[in-house]
Design a protein around this ligand. Structure first.
Ligand SMILES: Cc1ncc(COP(=O)(O)O)c(C=O)c1O
Length: 430
């Protein structure tokens, strides 16, 4: 665990303790036994943990701007109606109220396999891609080994690395958030088990071009390392459609490709995702994944029927959704870069922006985010929560809100920055 990671996790744990542990009346001589296992110290999910503090601010009557969580359906997005119809139909059919087959609904596996260009036996349907990633890390990691992660990274990855006793190892990204191939190469050791590529990227919104994907695939091939390719935002790209890594890498490179319907199909609450195993080098992983799937019984079957509709019908909801997202991205990008002391790069996909605080009195990005939240009600996530491997105060905002709310929040952020830059001491004296 890096130093900034561990201090960030300590802060989060303290915030949780404050919220949940005030009840002295439960103290008795046995209470000391009712404590979480030590491995719980390794669990942090800053995107949601920040909400605990935000609720305290909200309780003071402050109008909040919830720009911390990547859930489009908390704003004015919704799943396409043909997906919800398929779910309603499944709900009316008692066959789908049984446990589903552990590795997924057979029709759904077939449909995914067809899109992926592999056999259905190589597809594992999971409860969101989240569960798929838990499974992949569990299958691959031995204690003390590592799976190379991008820095910054979606925090789930660092948490599951720690939970399965892996070491934290991040490869650098450049000023446009593209993977630094030299750094990646330097970090490959005999203990490396896989390379994670999140493309399009959360938290940065970066999209890697074909050349970068090919270079990572070649490097992985050189060391015979699987690539865990998280492409959960692959249809939410503002420019050219994204070429999926397994089509670029070729059959010799083992690619565990993860996807789902949370983002591309605006259905995060469905909790349907999958892993697709490309390349014969992954054959030994298949029985291990089957065992993990069996151990947790199944994924909600009705929701899988919704996913079947998603993967078999034309995604005609996308043009309008992308236009809406693009307008919001452009607005937030423009407004942020007009604010003194803030610099942002233009996201190419998804709904996140990862700006840097370039001036101002805060000792860390967490300090900035808490001051911002208390002063303006804007809830973002401190960069430390994403383990960026280069110095700087970063934070993540989502640009899912309608333009009027983005403008209102950016007005507040602008006034806040001007005030703090004019009188830095006010941040500390609060
Ligand atoms: C990069 C990335 N991967 C995976 C997930 C989790 O996806 P799911 O909702 O399918 O579990 C998220 C969710 O925000 C994400 O941003």
């Amino acid at each position: 665990m890096t130093e900034s990671e561990s201090s960030f996790i300590e802060d989060q744990a303290e915030a949780l303790d404050e919220t949940f542990l005030p009840n002295d009346s439960l103290a008795c001589k046995w209470c000391a036994r009712v404590t979480p296992a030590s491995r719980m110290e390794k669990v942090a999910y800053p995107i949601r943990d920040i909400v605990l503090k935000a609720r305290q601010v909200q309780a003071t009557g402050t109008k909040m701007h919830w720009f911390n969580i990547g859930d489009p359906n908390k704003f004015d997005f919704a799943p396409p109606p043909w997906i919800t119809k398929a779910i309603v139909d499944a709900l009316a059919d008692s066959r789908f109220s049984a446990y589903a087959p552990s590795d997924g609904d057979p029709d759904l596996r077939e449909a995914i396999a067809k899109n992926e260009g592999i056999g259905a036996e190589r597809v594992f349907v999971t409860s969101g891609l989240t569960e798929g990633l838990y499974f992949a890390f569990q299958c691959l990691l031995e204690p003390g080994q590592h799976i190379l992660l991008p820095g910054p990274v979606y925090p789930l990855y660092s948490t599951i690395s720690r939970m399965f006793d892996g070491e934290s190892m991040f490869y650098k990204t450049d000023e446009n958030w593209q993977p630094d191939l030299d750094d990646m190469r330097k970090k490959i050791t005999p203990h490396t088990r896989a390379i994670v590529l999140i493309n399009p990227n959360n938290p940065t919104g970066a999209v890697y071009p074909r050349s970068a994907i090919k270079a990572v695939a070649d490097l992985a091939g050189e060391f015979c390392l699987p690539i865990i390719a998280d492409e959960i935002y692959d249809k939410l790209v503002f420019g050219e459609p994204l070429p999926s890594i397994h089509r670029i890498a070729g059959p010799d490179i083992p690619v565990i490709r993860g996807n789902g319907i949370s983002k591309n199909f605006f259905y995060p609450g469905s909790r349907v995702g999958y892993l697709a195993l490309h390349g014969p080098r992954l054959d030994k992983m298949m029985p291990a994944l089957t065992r993990l799937c069996n151990s947790r019984l199944s994924v909600n079957w009705e929701m899988q029927r919704g996913a079947l509709a998603a993967f078999t019908m034309p995604p005609s909801h996308l043009p309008a959704s992308l236009n809406k997202l693009r307008a919001r991205r452009d607005l937030m990008f423009k407004r942020l870069n007009e604010i003194p002391g803030i610099h942002a790069t233009l996201p190419q996909a998804a709904f996140y922006i990862f700006p840097e605080v370039t001036a101002g009195p805060w000792a860390s990005d967490a300090e900035f985010i808490y001051d911002l939240m208390e002063s303006t009600g804007i809830v973002g996530v401190p960069g430390a929560g994403f383990s960026p491997p280069r110095p700087g105060r970063f934070f993540r905002l989502v640009y899912l809100a309608p333009e009027a709310e983005i403008n209102a929040a950016m007005d507040k952020l602008e006034a806040f920055m001007k005030k703090r830059l004019a009188s830095p001491a006010s941040a500390r004296s609060k």
